[in-house]
Design a binder for this molecule. Structure first.
Ligand SMILES: Nc1ncnc2c1ncn2[C@@H]1O[C@H](COP(=O)(O)OP(=O)(O)O)[C@@H](O)[C@H]1O
Ligand SMILES: [Mg+2]
Length: 322
């Protein structure tokens, strides 16, 4: 049962699609009317604070929970109508790693390979290829309760991809990793995207996802507040950059002059150092500086900082965080 609306202008179908997804737990609106798409080869970052609804929506995609309303599709198959087909095409990496005693790396992967119905040579090939991909091949005989956090995370990713799914759902995979393990994770995710898989990855740490993701969705209390590339989201949020300005002499006339403009907001003055949000891009800022000087102010410092993903997030969620 293919999703008939699945064809899009860029010529291929989304591998992941949420369509007006809702999930309520009693009074709690964990997911509220969430829609987005992830295409083959794309890494989609799911950013939001704890309790935003990331895990709930990922669990629905992974067929571990059902929506209150709406639907979600994996490779065109509905999680409600076709959960078996969804499961075969998707790997879900939860945000916890259970404890296992007396199981080594190979046995652990073998268990999951069997669970996915892989047999004989095919099973061994899958295990070997996953161990190579996650650089666990030399640790095949190592008991998993003795692995480092980074190794466990690689093993968990390995188990998620044992049946070579087209879609990977990774819930907070970078949490608690040291910098080196994070870089390794980022490289593996990039490689998975190059293979044409669609990757949905969540984090409550905004900066963590900026370099890994092609697109990000910012979610808060179950709602998608913004979606797009980091640049697109910056553009959507009104103030693009924060400008710092220092003038010679009394700053008050300049403060008054700036306060009359409507491309400037959140103006603050600390002795002669002024700072404000400016809506324009670099060209508009160059023009602004020329106008300030043209108006007779003596400027000794003019610096502008483009907003980071974190600033953008704060702006997008402004007033909506409870
Ligand atoms: N099984 C459940 N029963 C009741 N409330 C739940 C359940 N699972 C999640 N919630 C609530 O739904 C909201 C979203 O949680 P969650 O999806 O885990 O957020 P996130 O993963 O973004 O931190 C939270 O308010 C949480 O308490
Ligand atoms: Mg979560």
């Amino acid at each position: 049962m293919n999703n008939e609306n699945g064809f899009h202008d860029n010529g291929h179908r989304p591998l992941i699609e949420l369509r007006r997804l809702h999930r309520y737990f009693g009074e709690t609106r964990a997911v509220e009317d969430m829609s987005f798409e992830v295409f083959p080869g794309e890494v989609f970052g799911y950013i939001g604070p704890n309790g935003a609804g990331k895990t709930t929506s990922m669990r629905i995609l992974a067929t571990l929970d059902e929506p209150t309303a709406g639907d979600a599709f994996v490779d065109g198959f509905s999680v409600i109508d076709d959960p078996d087909r969804v499961r075969r095409r998707l790997g879900f990496m939860p945000d916890y790693f259970g404890t296992y005693q007396n199981v080594n790396v190979r046995e652990y992967l073998d268990f999951f390979a069997r669970a996915y119905g892989l047999r004989g040579k095919e099973r061994n090939r899958s295990i070997d290829s996953v161990m190579e991909f996650t650089k666990l091949d030399r640790l095949a005989e190592k008991p998993i309760d003795g692995l480092s956090k980074g190794m466990k995370q690689r093993l968990c990713l390995g188990r998620t991809m044992i049946h070579d799914p087209a879609v990977l759902i990774l819930d907070e995979p970078a949490a608690g990793l040291d910098p080196r393990a994070r870089i390794e994770l980022r490289e593996m995710i990039a490689e998975l995207a190059q293979m044409g898989k669609a990757v949905l990855i969540s984090s409550h740490i905004l900066t963590e996802l900026a370099e890994i993701c092609d697109k990000v969705g910012i979610i808060e209390t179950g709602q998608l507040l913004a979606v797009g590339t980091v640049d697109e989201i910056s553009a959507q949020s009104q103030a693009k950059s924060r400008v710092r300005l220092r003038a010679l002499g009394d700053g008050q006339p300049l403060v008054d002059w700036l306060a009359r403009r409507d491309d400037i907001s959140e103006l603050t003055a600390e002795s002669e150092l002024l700072s404000f949000n400016h809506e324009g891009g670099q060209a508009e800022q160059a023009l602004l500086l020329r106008e300030i000087i043209g108006a007779g102010f003596e400027i000794v410092e003019f610096a502008s900082k483009t907003k980071s993903l974190e600033d953008v997030f704060l702006h997008v969620t402004e007033g909506r965080v409870q």
